[in-house]
Write a protein that binds this ligand. Structure first.
Ligand code: NAD
Ligand code: TYD
Length: 354
C-alpha cells in the first residue's frame, strides 16, 4: 500500500451523511487513506458509495462500534491519525420504539471508540483528532423566538437526542480528563440524496410518487432548520482541518421551515415533475397523531463557524429540494432496495392506525 499523509477512520460512512463525507474526503484528499467502518444496519448501505468503492485510498470494514475487541483489531491494523465519528442510530421515531438501541450505539459505542482511540494514541496525542458529529437536537426545543448557540445549555427531550447529548458529554469528558484532542459539531436537519425514507423529506417524496397518504404529525406547525447534506460534509471538512481542539461548532442552514410548508412545496414540485394537475398531490396530506414529546422548533446560530472558519451554506432550499427530488426520481432502484424487508415492518408499526 502507498504511504499516505493521514489515515482516517470514518464511522457510519455507509449511512446518509457519512456517505457524503466519505465521498468528499476520498475524492478531495487522494493522499489520505479513508477507512469506512460501518455495521451496515438497516440505515447503512454500501450502494451509497458505489462511485468510490474502487478508489485506491478507500477501504471498508464491517464492524459494530460497541464491539471493543473488533475496534481494537481495526485500530491495530490501520494505526489511525484521526477519527470522524458519525455512526449512530439517528431516527427519533425509532428511538421512541426502541430507546435502548440508541443508548447502546450512541452512548456505549461512542464511549468505546473514545476508549480504544485513547489507548492507541495515549503516548503521542500530538497531531491526533477525534471529531464527533452531533445534532442540534441536544439543545432541546425553542419557542417561536431565539436560536441555539454553542453556549445554549443541553436540554434533550427524546431518547435519540438524550443519547446524542450523552455522547457529546463523553467526548468532552475525554478532552478534560485525558487531554484527548476532540472537536465537536452540532448540525441542524440535513436533506439530500441517499436519505433513508423514514425521515420527513424522503418519506414524503416516496409517498407522493406512489399516491400514498402524507402523514403530517400534529398540525404540521413544527419548525426545522434544513441544510443540504453536501454543505454539512463541507462544514465537517472545514472544521476537521481548521477547527480548534476542544471546541464545538454549530452548523445550520439559516433556513427555517414549518413541516406543512415543506410538504406543500414538495407536492407542487412533484406535481410539475410528474405531470400531475396542480394540487393533486396535496390531496394526499393526512394529519396524524402527534409524535410524543415533539420538539416545536430548532434553529441554529452558525455565526461562529462563519466568522471563525468562513463556512456558509452554498444552496438555496428550493434549489436543493429540486435536486433532491430529481435524485429520488432517477434512483428508484435504490429506493426499492432500501424499502423492501424491514422497512415495511417499520412503516406498518409507525403509521398504520396512527
Ligand atoms: P444514518 O442513520 O443515515 O446512518 C447511520 C450509519 O451508522 C449507518 O450507516 C449505520 O449502518 C451505521 N451504524 C449504526 N449503528 C452502528 C453501530 N453500532 N456500529 C457501526 N455502525 C453503525 O444517519 P445520518 O442521518 O447519516 O447521521 C449521521 C450522524 O450525523 C449521526 O451521528 C447523527 O446523529 C448526526 N446528525 C444527523 C443529522 C440529520 O439530519 N440526519 C443532523 C445532525 C447530525
Ligand atoms: P424527521 O425527519 O424525523 O427529523 P427530526 O425529528 O430529527 O427533526 O422529522 C422532521 C419533522 O417532520 C419533525 O417535526 C417530525 C415531522 N414528521 C412528520 O410530520 N411526519 C413524518 O412522517 C415524519 C417522519 C416526520
Amino acid at each position: 500500500m502507498p504511504t499516505h499523509k493521514k489515515t482516517i477512520l470514518i464511522t457510519g460512512g455507509a449511512g446518509f451523511i457519512g456517505s457524503h463525507v466519505v465521498r468528499l474526503f476520498v475524492n478531495k484528499y487522494p493522499d489520505y487513506h479513508i477507512v469506512n467502518l460501518d455495521a451496515l444496519t438497516y440505515a447503512g448501505n454500501l450502494a451509497n458509495l458505489k462511485d468510490v468503492e474502487a478508489a485506491p485510498n478507500y477501504t471498508f470494514e464491517k464492524a459494530d462500534i460497541t464491539d471493543e475487541s473488533r475496534i481494537r483489531e481495526i485500530f491495530d491494523k490501520y494505526r489511525f491519525d484521526a477519527v470522524i465519528h458519525l455512526a449512530a442510530e439517528s431516527h427519533v421515531d425509532r428511538s421512541i420504539m426502541d430507546p435502548l438501541a440508541f443508548v447502546r450505539t450512541n452512548v456505549l459505542g461512542t464511549a468505546n471508540l473514545l476508549h480504544v482511540s485513547l489507548s492507541f494514541w495515549r503516548e503521542a496525542l500530538e497531531g491526533k483528532r477525534f471529531y464527533h458529529v452531533s445534532t442540534d437536537e441536544v439543545y432541546g426545543s425553542l419557542g417561536k423566538e431565539g436560536f441555539f448557540t454553542e453556549e445554549t445549555p443541553y436540554d434533550p427531550r427524546s431518547p435519540y437526542s438524550a443519547s446524542k447529548a450523552s455522547s457529546d458529554h463523553f467526548v468532552m469528558a475525554w478532552y478534560h480528563t485525558y487531554g484527548m484532542p476532540v472537536i465537536l459539531s452540532n448540525c441542524s436537519n440535513n436533506y439530500g440524496s441517499h436519505h433513508f425514507p423514514e425521515k420527513l423529506i424522503p418519506l414524503m417524496i416516496n409517498n407522493i410518487l406512489h399516491h400514498k397518504p402524507l402523514p403530517v404529525y400534529g398540525k404540521g406547525e413544527n419548525v426545522r432548520d434544513w441544510l443540504y447534506v453536501d454543505d454539512h460534509a463541507r462544514a465537517i471538512d472545514t472544521i476537521f482541518h481548521q477547527g480548534k481542539t476542544g471546541e464545538k461548532y454549530n452548523i445550520g442552514g439559516f433556513n427555517e421551515w414549518k413541516n406543512i410548508d415543506i410538504v406543500h412545496l414538495l407536492c407542487s414540485l412533484m406535481d410539475k415533475k410528474l405531470g400531475r394537475t396542480p394540487g393533486e398531490s396535496a390531496k394526499l396530506i393526512t394529519y396524524v397523531k402527534d409524535r410524543p414529546g415533539h420538539d416545536l422548533r430548532y434553529a441554529i446560530d452558525a455565526t461562529k463557524l462563519n466568522k471563525e472558519l468562513g463556512w456558509k451554506p452554498s444552496l438555496q432550499f428550493e434549489e436543493g429540494l429540486e435536486k433532491t427530488v430529481d435524485w429520488y426520481l432517477a434512483n428508484q432502484d435504490w429506493v426499492t432496495a432500501v424499502t423492501s424487508g424491514d422497512y415495511q415492518h417499520y412503516y406498518a408499526q409507525q403509521y398504520v392506525k396512527r
